[in-house]
Design a protein. Structure first.
Length: 239
């Protein structure tokens, strides 16, 4: 006798939230946004690269208890678009290839160990962790069936993302795009946008001033020609 489990599995609910906050503090939140939006910029023109932030990932259909929510995930081979959760069986069976975790004071060693084992078991190729309080950066790269620690993350370039990692003298993490330009914070993006707006406004004002000067010069020339004609002089034959 063969049991048909399809109807049973279709009734399973895969929650979009695990009840946990996205971040425990402002520092962790800022780094999550910094990495997520920086990757969005890099892959903006790649329709088959999905970047998610704090999104529950369910790797196995029928098991809604088996899940993780990486702070940032990148999936090559899947389209962009909104998702309540990443249900792998609905995504051509493709797992996130790259995940990031930003450590907070609330993260425990057993918890992070479970995350490592989860990512290792379910196909993650690159796993990066950054602790903004202890200023520690670690990375893991898949070697066959395991995620092996990368020996030295200074100036490391992600094989998948082509992103370079750098810790400055104070331990602050900066990521660099494939064109070697640094990721920008929201404030930096907003400042640059405002500067560009101001430059555009200055150019518009200069163009308006040039137009006004040209109109004034044309008006003066027209007035002079009228006065010459009134005096019986043809301005068109003046040398």
């Amino acid at each position: 006798m063969v049991l048909d489990l399809r109807s049973h599995q279709s009734d399973i609910i895969y929650p979009d939230s695990d009840g946990q906050p996205m971040a425990d503090n402002t520092k962790q939140f800022e780094y999550i946004v910094y990495i997520k939006k920086g990757l969005d910029w890099i892959f903006a023109d790649h329709s088959d690269v999905f970047v998610g932030g704090d999104l529950l990932w369910y790797p196995i259909e029928g098991n809604n208890k088996l899940r993780q929510a990486p702070d940032v995930m990148v999936v090559f081979g899947r389209p962009k678009g909104d998702r309540g959760s990443y249900q792998q069986w609905r995504e051509s069976g493709i797992p996130p290839q790259v995940v990031f975790e930003i450590i907070s004071p609330g993260n425990t060693f057993p918890e992070m160990n479970r995350k490592h084992q989860f990512y290792e078991r379910y196909g993650v190729e690159e796993y990066y962790l950054y602790d903004p309080d202890r200023l520690n950066l670690a990375g893991y790269l898949r070697v066959e069936d395991s995620l092996e620690e990368i020996d030295g993350m200074a100036q490391w370039i992600s094989p998948r993302l082509r992103v370079r990692f750098e810790l400055n003298d104070t331990g602050k993490l900066t990521l660099y795009r494939p064109d070697d330009q640094p990721f920008e914070t929201y404030e930096e993006v907003a400042t640059r946008a405002e500067q560009e707006r101001q430059r555009a406004e200055q150019e518009r004002q200069r163009a308006e001033q040039e137009r006004q000067r040209a109109e004034d010069a044309e008006a003066r020339a027209t007035l002079l020609a009228e006065r010459l004609r009134a005096a019986g002089i043809n301005p068109d034959v003046l040398e």
